[in-house]
Design a protein around this ligand. Structure first.
Ligand code: NAX
Ligand code: K
Length: 495
């Protein structure tokens, strides 16, 4: 799991070392790590370092300093390095090091643009964690003109390495303005900056290398967690030898209707493929029949459950309202999707996950808060609005989109890597709700016991697995079989 921290948290972690006069060694370690990645990339993509054209975009702070020191390293190995001095007050020690190694410094101007376009490698050291919002006009034009030369940089084989954070990306939130550097690779120091793991920043950052510079984050709560496939092996709830079907977990599912029978089938298949003790389906007879045909183990009699999943393809019905009352009365965890979301007009008194897409989040925020956003606002700032909804609901919000983000009521976020575009097809959300329901049912005991299970982390695992499965199928009804295979594999790989 990658953990992301805000710029403030990183500065706070850095402060004791700065107070102890450790800036120089910190920057040396940072620059050495940056230089190593640049050397590897240059050698890997362009065969060698000597003779390669490198441009350093140098701002006035330490970010520029790191970039200049790395540039000096490359110049000392024979690269032709030009630094573009963006604000006419570059980090002095970095400039000296670069000049001593044979590099040059240019002011921002037409020559800088030409150099930028011709470079084999561009090192973006304009802003890091010290960036204030908004790019100055001259810088913004320079980046725009450079990027205009081709889709993502001047030359198809040009490498762009961002120092700590791509310039134009907010290190804490990942928000980008209209203009920002798009890197192939970002070398970040001390800890992942939260913005690198969030929508916007993650796309701008490309591949990320973390360089350890000895900062201590032991007691700091990360702003973002980004689950990785290895976490599935460690954390996915798997059946234990002592379990029987009831102790493993029964999920009550209210899904599907005469109009949308398929949503019931897909949600049921999602739940079954994720693994659970028993699935109880409450749905119209046609939906029951369709589900039973594929999953004859499904029980269609009402009875006790350990968790509820409500909403996919189901209208607002008496069953759904009863299930919600049962969830609150018996403190059962519940995942609520689609039409189920319209029943929510106040925070629920039980562990809750809601799974809106942007349009549904608009409705939810409209019912829960005053001055709710419109859809465009949610799409522009998904994290901010998911967090607002999580705070207002006191629940975990899984905001579905091309990059699904998961928000906790305390404002922290789980950001799984983006799923494949394959998942942009009808029915994949129903499968996700089924998976989430199965996870709630199988962890309900632990959830009740002093909240040992973190719902948002659980949702992160579900979204991650759903995304991985999406790479192997082009349609929603293909997902459950792949999910089942992946879950079985997790069991085999767990030590
Ligand atoms: N956090 C750490 O522990 C370490 C940080 N290091 C580097 O230091 C960076 C942070 O350095 P700084 O605090 O100097 O900050 P930055 O180098 O990110 O930028 C701050 C400088 O740019 C100016 N600036 C910011 N926004 C501007 C805007 N919109 N228009 C014009 N000027 C603007 C500021 O006034 C300041 O001079 C990190 O990103 C990283 O690269 C490393 O060198 C070593 C250790
Ligand atoms: K940067």
């Amino acid at each position: 799991m990658k953990l992301g921290y805000t710029a403030d948290a990183v500065r706070a972690a850095e402060q004791p070392l700065l107070d102890a006069g450790q800036l120089d060694p910190l920057m040396r370690t940072a620059a050495a790590g940056l230089a190593r990645v640049c050397r590897e990339l240059l050698t890997g993509h362009h065969g060698q370092i000597a003779g390669r054209r490198v441009v350093v975009l140098a701002g006035s702070g330490k970010n520029g300093g790191d970039a200049l020191f790395a540039g000096a390293d490359l110049a000392s190995r024979g690269a032709a390095v030009t630094a573009v001095d963006v604000f006419s007050r570059p980090f002095a020690a970095g400039v000296s090091a670069l000049r001593a190694a044979g590099g040059e410094v240019e002011p921002l101007g037409p020559a800088a643009l030409a150099a930028l376009r011709a470079a084999d490698l561009v090192i973006d050291g304009v802003f890091g964690t010290g960036a204030k919002p908004g790019l100055p006009e001259a810088l913004s034009s320079l980046i725009t003109d450079w990027q205009a030369a081709s889709g993502t940089g001047s030359r198809a084989d040009q490498l762009v390495v961002a120092v700590d954070v791509p310039t134009g990306v907010d290190a804490s939130t990942g928000t980008t303005g209209e203009v920002s550097v798009r890197a192939d690779h970002t070398v970040t120091f001390g800890a992942h900056k939260a913005g690198l793991l969030l929508p916007g920043g993650a796309e701008a950052a490309g591949e990320i290398t973390l360089i350890d510079i000895g900062l201590d984050f032991e007691d700091v709560i990360p702003a973002v967690e980004a689950p990785e496939p290895a976490d599935l092996v460690d954390l996915w709830p798997l059946p234990q030898p002592h379990m029987h079907k009831y102790s493993r977990g029964v999920l009550g599912l209210v899904a599907g209707s005469q109009r949308y029978p398929g949503a019931g089938v897909l949600a049921a298949a999602g739940a079954v493929s994720a693994g659970l003790g028993m699935l109880r389906l409450l749905a119209p007879a046609t939906v029951e029949a369709a589900v039973l045909e594929r999953h004859p183990e499904t029980v269609t009699e009402p009875g006790r459950v350990q968790a509820w999943a409500l909403g996919p393809g189901a209208p607002d019905s008496l069953e759904m309202r009863r299930a919600l009352v049962d969830a609150e009365n018996r403190s059962l965890p519940v995942v609520i999707d689609a039409a189920g979301l319209r029943l929510i007009t106040r925070p629920l008194e039980t562990s809750t996950i809601v799974t809106p897409h942007a349009g549904e989040l608009v409705g939810l925020l409209g019912r829960l808060t005053t001055g709710g956003p419109d859809r465009a606002a949610v799409e522009a700032q998904p994290v901010t609005h998911a967090v607002r909804a999580a705070e207002a609901l006191g629940a975990v919000v899984v905001l579905k989109g091309n990059r699904t983000v998961i928000a906790r009521p305390d404002g922290t976020v789980v950001a799984p890597p983006p799923g494949p575009a394959n998942l942009a097809t009808a029915g994949t959300g129903d499968v996700l709700t089924g998976i989430l329901g199965a996870l709630l049912a199988t962890t309900a005991g632990d959830l009740a016991e002093a909240h040992r299970i973190d719902l948002a982390r659980l949702a992160g695992l579900a979204v991650l697995l759903h995304g991985l499965a999406g790479r192997h199928t082009t349609h929603a009804s293909g997902l459950p079989a792949v999910i089942e295979e992946l879950v079985l594999e997790l069991g085999e790989r767990r030590p």
